[in-house]
Design a protein around this ligand. Structure first.
Ligand SMILES: [Fe+2]
Ligand SMILES: [Fe+2]
Length: 452
């Protein structure tokens, strides 16, 4: 029996600079006082990002109450239903610890038992009661865990960040790796407060707003409900957002449509940076010449879109906002592929679908004419994303491709959830030609048909 259990894999962190530690403590003190009540804007900027690798975001450093060889957390779920289709049931692994059947006397029988234990739950198949479950392996023994209290019994006291993260994943909290591309998104972060772990994440709730979620997990495994704060307007589904883009706060006096179009004009202008960078990166990785040329042309399209939308914004009282983008470091091909898969294949593609709807349905004739031009260009941009995805796919490893697929699925589910809410008051939405929530959800399902 190996001794890979409690504390052995817990990381020993180097001492951190005092200023940083103090800021963390201040954040913890304020967050602790707030508990699960509505917050007052406590930053999570200095909390520690969770450690991630593709395919295993939790459990990697979990500390179990007894020796185990392998432990994995899964979720079964019904994926986005397609038109005319029945619901698709699937299982994905949230994370795992250890080596399957590492100490089994009969490895084949053990592997078969593990395989059988990690199938979709009957309750999910029969009445859509899908959710988390876990599988544990000790020597030849394989156990399936379907109750939260059983999970807590395996984990023992919740005394490592990964213990708390595993409980959070079981509870359906938002667990995301540190972002590789979008500065507005923090990834899930944590801080320890006495016997309690506090978790937080800030992200773009696509189509609705920027938001921050916080919750905590106690040593006995009890957890607070997720507290959600709205930080500002969403920048999703309009063009490609470059890494490091600083959010703007449109002036309140501009009115609903002035603020809305100021935001759109800003995002169109920001897309110029994203495409210029993409063209440089494609050149560096010796991509086919036509992809490089189309990325460069797309940057010019976005210059034109920014000008057009700025004119519209001015008409409704909106102001011009300077685009500020932080340093853009050299990236790996995987980081480029990941960004392209989300920003291009999902958000920009969805943006193109919405632009077409606006071009057809805006009650304002001037806007309809503008959106016809933009919809045409955005369709080409969306197409470019998929061509880039296809070119880059052969150069990625299987785990990288799997991580991207999972991230795309998450992005689609987030889109589907959030598009169910109106983005503008009905009269403004009709003038602009935005799809109703039910139509927008239909567009997401359409997109899902090509994306997953
Ligand atoms: Fe675009
Ligand atoms: Fe655009």
């Amino acid at each position: 029996m190996t001794q890979r259990y409690r504390y052995l894999s817990a990381s020993i962190r180097p001492p951190q600079p005092v200023g940083q530690t103090l800021r963390k403590l201040a954040g913890w003190a304020i967050a602790s006082s707030l508990g699960a009540a509505h917050g007052c804007g406590t930053s999570i900027e200095d909390w520690t990002p969770i450690e991630c690798d593709p395919g295993s975001n939790v459990l990697r450093n979990a500390a179990f109450a007894r020796p185990v060889d392998f432990f994995a957390l899964y979720k079964d779920y019904n994926s986005i239903p397609l038109p005319g289709d029945t619901r698709v049931i699937d299982v994905y692994e949230v994370g795992h610890w250890g080596e399957p059947c590492a100490d089994a006397s009969d490895p084949t029988a053990c592997a078969d038992a593990l395989e059988a234990a990690s199938q979709v739950r009957d309750a999910c198949r029969t009445n859509m009661q899908c959710g988390p479950f876990a599988v544990a392996n000790v020597d030849d023994e394989v156990s399936r865990i379907e109750k939260r209290e059983e999970l807590l019994a395996w984990l023992g006291p919740i005394d490592t960040p990964d213990d708390a993260l595993t409980v959070s994943a079981w509870d359906g909290k938002t667990i995301q790796c540190p972002p590789t591309y979008a500065s507005k998104e923090t990834g899930t972060r944590f801080i320890r407060a006495g016997d309690q772990y506090l978790f937080g994440i800030e992200y773009d709730n696509c189509g609705v707003n920027l938001q921050r979620e916080r919750w905590s997990v106690n040593r006995d495994g009890t957890a607070t409900a997720t507290n959600i704060e709205v930080l500002g307007p969403s920048g999703c589904a309009v063009g490609r957002r470059p890494e490091g883009l600083r959010a703007i706060e449109p002036h309140c006096a501009a009115g609903t449509l002035g603020r809305y179009f100021a935001q759109i004009a800003h995002l169109e202008a920001a897309s110029v940076f994203a495409f210029e960078r993409l063209a440089r990166e494609l050149t560096r990785f010796a991509a086919p010449q036509h992809l490089i040329a189309r990325a460069a042309e797309s940057a010019l399209d976005e210059v034109r879109h920014a000008r057009l939308m700025h004119v519209v914004a001015q008409r409704f009282g909106g102001e011009r906002h300077q685009v500020e983008v932080g340093p853009l470091p050299t990236r790996s091909l995987y980081a480029i592929a990941y960004e392209n898969a989300i920003e291009g294949c999902i958000h920009e593609t969805f943006g193109a679908l919405v632009a077409h709807h606006q071009a057809a349905c805006a009650t304002d004739p001037e806007l309809r004419a503008v959106m016809q031009q933009i919809a045409r260009d955005e369709t080409r941009h969306a197409e470019l994303s998929w061509h880039i995805a296809s070119w880059v796919s052969g150069q990625l490893s299987s785990p990288q491709r799997a991580a991207i697929r999972l991230a795309q699925r998450d992005a689609l589910l987030a889109l589907e959830r959030t598009q169910a809410q109106p983005q503008l008051p009905p009269s403004a939405a009709s003038l602009v030609g935005l799809p109703s929530p039910s139509v927008a959800s239909g567009l997401v399902r359409q997109l899902a048909r090509i994306a997953v």
